[in-house]
Design a protein around this ligand. Structure first.
Ligand code: FES
Length: 504
């Protein structure tokens, strides 16, 4: 007998033949006290903390999956299934917390949990560190992909139940400064991408049933209330996309669960507390202490020397990533502004009327900047908090800058990004008369699933597009693709691509 209980967001308790597996339990505010589980799952906290588990699985280090306050209350007797990431960050953090029994699993590596129970980890094999878990329980196959993007060609098939993200978990585009029309267009494009990716995952895994999970969160700090607008952001409710999903996957059963529901007995439609008027306002009051924590204490002071020191260190740690790179970044923090020269201008930080010409501007509240400078949060967490506002000119995604900020404190990830750019493994795909690099230069998607039509190659994940003749990036970003006619001798190197790219 297998029972799968949804704890809300990406959290589950799975029971099978006496085994109990706890997955990604999230209960406390994340990302500078900005994100809260939605719907509220706090009533489940005592029984989750008091429960007995044979295995714990934490998919990655994002705070809506790695809830340190919750994990700190669990028995350290549990065995943890740990995805084997290059950075070792997840493994070390769990070890520091006293979780000494760890089973490290690389991409598609399995571990037997019981006589008829096997767990297999699926990684995002790019520089990103994220994972999903396949549980084969007496032949019943539950695939929890949460918000992980394993290359489409590497996904398992024959899935009975798929749990995966349908709503966004990213600051683009809603944290950027765009005019309303532009924002609406970009938001619609991201939402369409999210649904398209979900439909592909469902089809490729052959999922018989789908459980919407891993978002959206909600924002209880009144300063962030605009991000609860499900129509105007990339954070829709399932009901906002259910019709489109049903049209695309009419044969797939949707299992809509509230926190605490089991998969075989979900709540009746319309019975959710969230359907009641004033739900969010009442939730905000219940958690006032928690979201107000961000605002407590005097406004912090920020000095130019420490901003300079921070970026100096970040750049020293990531020299290969910044090889040949130059970008100006302007940081604005409540009246103060710094121009940071990155790359060849390394270590140069000027106050206020800086001569650095910024391609990116980030407005960051001093409290958030203080948390980053003190190492209490990384730029990734600060950006996810939606407390920062970004602007870029030209309006082009800069993978190097964003990777420096997001992963720079873990250079294992940026080194992998450099390898990906150089065409790690030199794997290629041959199709439609073309031979092109197999893994997407943006985030490593397998381009064996790319659309190739009318002289354009399009990645199935975020839909970057390249000229099939020159490899020039036509939309999405600036990174080129190595491509040549398939008739070329395989021993010959692929053409060096054109290095220019247009506005996204
Ligand atoms: S992985 Fe993002 S466009 Fe290919």
């Amino acid at each position: 007998m297998t029972v799968i209980r949804h704890l809300g967001h990406a959290g589950f308790v799975v029971e099978h033949a006496g085994l109990r597996i706890l997955i990604d339990p999230w209960f406390h505010p994340a990302f500078l006290d900005a994100w809260f589980p939605y719907p509220d799952n706090r009533p489940l906290l005592p029984e989750v903390v008091g429960g007995r588990y044979d295995y714990l699985y934490v998919s990655h280090t994002h705070e809506d999956h790695f809830d340190e306050r919750l994990l700190g209350q669990l028995s350290r007797e549990v065995t943890v299934l740990v995805p084997r990431y290059r950075s070792q960050s997840l493994r070390r953090r769990l070890a520091r917390m006293g979780f000494g029994q760890q089973v490290l699993l690389g991409h598609r590596e399995s571990h037997r949990l019981g006589p008829d129970a096997v767990a297999t980890v699926y990684l995002d094999t790019s520089h990103k560190e994220d994972s999903g878990l396949l549980l084969d329980l007496g032949g019943y196959r539950f695939l929890d992909l949460n918000d992980c993007n394993t290359p489409l060609s590497e996904l398992p098939s024959g899935i009975d139940l798929l749990a995966a993200q349908y709503s966004g978990a990213m600051w683009y585009p809603n944290a950027y400064r765009y005019p309303p029309g532009e924002m609406a267009r970009k938001t619609a494009a991201v939402r369409a991408d999210l649904l398209d990716t979900l439909v592909r995952k469902v089809r490729l895994t052959g999922a018989r049933a789908y459980l919407p999970s891993a978002g959206p969160a909600c924002f209880l700090d009144p300063e962030l209330d605009r991000f609860n607008d499900r129509a105007a952001t990339i954070f829709p409710h399932w009901e906002d996309v259910a019709g489109e999903f049903a049209a695309a996957c009419p044969e797939v059963e949707v299992v809509r669960t509230a926190p605490g529901d089991t998969v075989d007995a979900p709540s009746a439609p319309g019975s959710w507390a969230t359907d009641q008027p004033g739900y969010l306002a009442a939730y905000r009051e219940r958690r006032r202490d928690e979201w107000e924590a961000y605002h407590r204490g005097p406004e912090p002071e920020i000095g130019t020397a420490e901003v300079a020191g921070h970026f100096d260190r970040l750049q020293r740690l990531n020299r290969p990533l910044l090889d040949g790179y130059r970008q100006g970044l302007r940081l604005e923090a409540d009246g103060a502004a710094w121009g940071v020269g990155l790359g060849e201008l390394a270590e140069r930080v000027e106050l206020e009327d800086e001569p650095v010409d910024p391609g990116y501007t980030i407005r960051v509240p001093p409290r958030a900047l203080r948390a980053v400078l003190d190492g209490r949060a990384g730029w990734e967490e600060a950006l996810l908090s939606m407390r920062l506002t970004l602007h870029r000119d030209p309006d082009v995604f800069d993978l190097t800058l964003l990777s420096l900020l997001r992963y720079g404190h873990q250079p294992a990830q940026t080194r992998q990004l450099v390898r990906e750019r150089k065409g790690a493994g030199d794997a290629v795909v041959e199709r439609d008369g073309l031979r092109f690099q197999r893994y997407c230069p943006h985030a490593g998607e397998d381009l064996a699933h790319a659309e190739v039509a009318d002289g354009v190659i399009e990645c199935p994940r975020h839909h970057w597009r390249w000229d099939a003749r020159t490899g020039r990036c036509l939309s999405g970003g600036t990174l080129p693709l190595r491509v040549e006619p398939a008739a070329a001798t395989p021993d010959e190197p692929l053409l060096e691509p054109t290095l220019e790219g247009p506005v996204r």
